[in-house]
Write a protein that binds this ligand. Structure first.
Ligand code: TPP
Ligand code: SF4
Length: 286
């Protein structure tokens, strides 16, 4: 596939999201980021899970893998490990990334696999018509909680910081310019980067645009992304919902560690005088 840059929108497939859905803003922000990075579209793979957010991968003119519910991260880890030269973007909803797929997050974090995950959080399961999700706030009425949700919502950013994800940011569908800048930074970050994107569902509204307009605030200019304790404190803010880059540190990536292993295994074989071959390796297991 060869694509004339810098056009990343897939013209043949129009988004089927409801008019007014926050996901349109996310698509605009991501397109802007891809344009500013000028990553070749044929070198880019978007892996998505199932949900309205999962349809994201259809709408960009890149390679795409629309997999199963909750499994985008392990699939993307496989893609990146087999082809470290590719740029891999992962997209999932709050249900996909934090509910059914939530168990994959700590492992992507400890591997520091070089991926960017966008969590499109609308506080509900949009595709399946508005059930409560891990981020539905306590007391909210949804299809599965007609008397109000009896559960607390997951604190997304504190959880990501506790997992030591090496790049943690938050933005919203209202802020496509800011989002483009954050996505650009995240995709340039060597390691696992996660962006929590508040993106309202207008058809099953739990998170409303009004809340975003009233409560979003940029991180204080004095915040240093290397300061985890400060990042955690700001992530726990209840009144203001801060947006920006909370945390960013450099750690070895999975790919760099695998390359190292590869080199030391080759060294061991060459010092033994035997060339490594698949049959000689298999012999050890027979
Ligand atoms: C294994 C499995 N369980 C359940 C479903 C049904 N299902 C599809 S999407 C979805 C939730 C989607 O919510 P979210 O991930 O928050 O994405 P949104 O639609 O809100 O963007 C569910 C429960 C499924 N497809 N596969
Ligand atoms: S159901 Fe909600 S999340 Fe899904 S496309 Fe419609 S507005 Fe967007």
């Amino acid at each position: 596939m060869s694509t004339a840059l810098p056009d990343y929108r897939r013209k043949q497939i129009r988004p089927v999201w409801c008019p007014g859905c926050g996901n349109y803003g996310v698509l605009r922000g991501v397109e802007k980021a891809l344009r500013s990075l000028e990553v070749p579209a044929e070198q880019t793979v978007v892996v998505s899970g199932i949900g309205c957010s999962g349809r994201f991968s259809h709408y960009l003119n890149t390679y795409a893998l629309h997999g199963t519910h909750g499994r985008a991260l392990p699939v993307a880890t496989g893609v990146k490990t087999a082809r470290p030269d590719l740029t891999v973007l992962v997209v999932g909803g709050d249900g996909d990334s934090l509910g059914i797929g939530g168990g994959h997050l700590p492992h992507a974090a400890r591997k520091n696999v070089d991926l960017t995950l966008l969590i499109l959080d609308n506080y509900t399961y949009g595709l399946t018509k508005g059930q409560s999700s891990p981020t539905t706030p306590w007391g909210c009425v949804t299809k599965t909680s007609p008397y109000g949700s009896p559960e607390d919502s997951l604190e997304v950013l504190p959880v990501l910081l506790a997992y030591d994800v090496s790049f943690v940011a938050r933005t919203s569908s209202l802020q496509t310019e800011e989002m483009a800048g954050i996505v650009t930074e995240a995709m340039g970050h060597p390691g696992f980067s996660v962006i929590h994107i508040l993106s309202p569902c207008v058809t099953y509204p739990v998170l409303g645009w009004k809340v975003l307009r009233e409560r979003l605030a940029p991180l204080p200019a004095s915040h240093s992304p290397g300061d985890k304790a400060a990042a955690l404190q700001l992530a726990c803010s209840r009144d203001l919902i801060y947006t920006g880059i909370f945390y960013s540190v450099q750690k070895p990536t999975l790919d760099a560690r695998l390359q190292q292993l590869h080199q030391s295994a080759l060294k061991r074989y060459s010092s033994s005088g035997k060339a490594p071959s698949i049959p000689s390796l298999m012999e050890r297991f027979i």
